[in-house]
Design a protein around this ligand. Structure first.
Ligand SMILES: NC(=O)NCCC[C@H](N)C(=O)O
Length: 407
């Protein structure tokens, strides 16, 4: 039987992907809560949706099966008991583990059909939507000026981050910031209860019940035995060692390149500065490398006694050649290497390409300097509209969670 998850490559023909169409959660962004919700601006929803629909169309035209996150979670919650457990847990993780608010929100959500309940959970619940009775002193004395009982989840259209398919399993991620922590709960329920996944013995390499975070934008499957993982604002070295233990024990993956990138909002994940586009071609934001093409990296390999060997290396080209057994590597600089253009285009995810086949990528049209250079390097580039989607600080790779790729 075909396994529901098969990702042994970053560039193999993309067969199945999970997307999330942006929806009313974006309309619950306000200037006050925007920074906490990790947005720099408020996208215009109808245009964001048009752009996203075009992205999905490009993938479908290519032959990729596009699954939508909302539909998957609705189907995962068909049993009343599971739906109730999910609702309780998401309310708890929104800050109300018990009491009148918990019970009132629960009754409100369970009164909706599952589709509407999920839309509500994702778009957020405003305080003025709900009437509360019998509040405790603790509840009465809480900050009343805050407009939401449950925050919106505007970052959910970046399906790459809360979970990442690796081999025939996945990591279901402990997210760094509260704004995104509930997102991986949705993936946990999909994998555990959706008929496409349940009963297939899918390995969860690392689950979300940890203190130390890891996010999918940092997890790159470079080949059938090698991963690259960013040590970043969002992914800790501890989490990388954790996941390495599980993967090495299983035996499929034998090398992990941990690459330390700047800890900043602009470069929050490895895939915002470095993505693979062909067997021997990568795009890289020049700012992460020094003049000699170096960046602090550590190669993790399993030792015979179950421990992990760690080797420090710096030369990115050399590391990639060694670990991927290649004689040469084409590192294509974002923004053609120009200091200003590179910074501008990286900010709008010029390095965040989604490979749909070796040498064929989806990118944002606004990064025209990087796109031109990619074409000059022989890459087939499908440009998608990006005026609104880019305001969430993620590009085509961030907006897609591959489930199946050809090797
Ligand atoms: N892989 C990615 O780089 N994802 C982009 C996530 C953007 C989102 N606003 C965030 O800050 O988490």
């Amino acid at each position: 039987m075909q396994k529901p998850i098969q990702v042994f490559s970053e560039i193999g023909k993309l067969k199945t992907v999970i997307l999330k169409r942006p929806s009313t959660e974006l309309e619950n962004l306000t200037p006050k809560i925007m920074p906490r919700l990790l947005f720099d601006d408020i996208p215009f929803l109808p245009h964001a949706q048009k752009e996203h629909d075009y992205f999905a169309k490009v993938l479908r035209n290519f032959g990729t099966e596009v699954l939508y996150l909302n539909e998957l979670i609705v189907k995962a919650l068909t049993e009343d008991q599971i739906k109730e457990k999910f609702v309780s847990q998401v309310i708890t993780e929104s800050g109300y583990s018990k009491g009148t608010v918990h019970e009132t929100l629960k009754a409100y959500l369970l009164n909706l059909n599952t589709e509407n309940m999920i839309s509500k959970v994702i778009s957020g619940i405003r305080k003025d939507e709900i009437e509360l009775k019998f509040l405790s002193l603790e509840e009465l004395s809480k900050n009343n000026s805050y407009p939401f009982f449950m925050d919106p989840m505007p970052n959910l259209y970046f399906t790459r981050d809360p979970a990442a398919a690796i081999g025939e399993g996945l990591s279901i991620n402990r997210m760094t910031f509260a704004a995104r922590q509930r997102e991986s709960l949705i993936m946990e329920y999909i994998i555990a209860h959706h008929p496409r996944f349940t009963g297939h013995g899918i390995q969860v390499w690392r689950n979300r019940n940890h203190d130390k975070s890891i996010e999918g934008g940092d997890e790159l499957v470079l080949s059938k035995d090698t991963l690259a993982i960013g040590i970043s604002q969002r992914t800790t070295a501890v989490a990388i060692e954790d996941i390495a233990r599980g993967l090495f024990e299983d035996g499929t993956f034998k090398k992990i390149i941990a690459i330390r990138i700047p800890h900043s909002h602009a470069m929050m994940h490895l895939d915002t500065v470095f993505t693979m586009i062909n067997h021997d071609q990568f795009i890289v934001h020049p700012e992460i490398l020094n003049n000699a093409g170096q960046i602090d990296s550590w190669i993790l390999r399993p030792k015979k006694n179950g421990e992990i060997a760690i080797e420090h290396q710096k030369d990115l080209k050399k590391i990639l050649k060694q670990t991927l057994n290649l004689t040469d590597i084409d590192l294509i600089p974002t923004g053609a290497g120009d200091e200003i253009v590179a910074a501008r285009e990286q900010w709008n995810d010029g390095s965040n390409t989604l490979a749909i086949a070796p040498g064929e990528v989806v990118t944002y049209d606004r990064n025209y300097v990087s796109n031109k250079l990619l074409k000059e390097h022989g890459i087939i580039v499908h440009e998608i509209h990006s005026s609104e989607l880019s305001r969430g600080r993620g590009g085509p790779r961030c907006m897609s969670m591959p489930l199946v790729r050809e090797v």
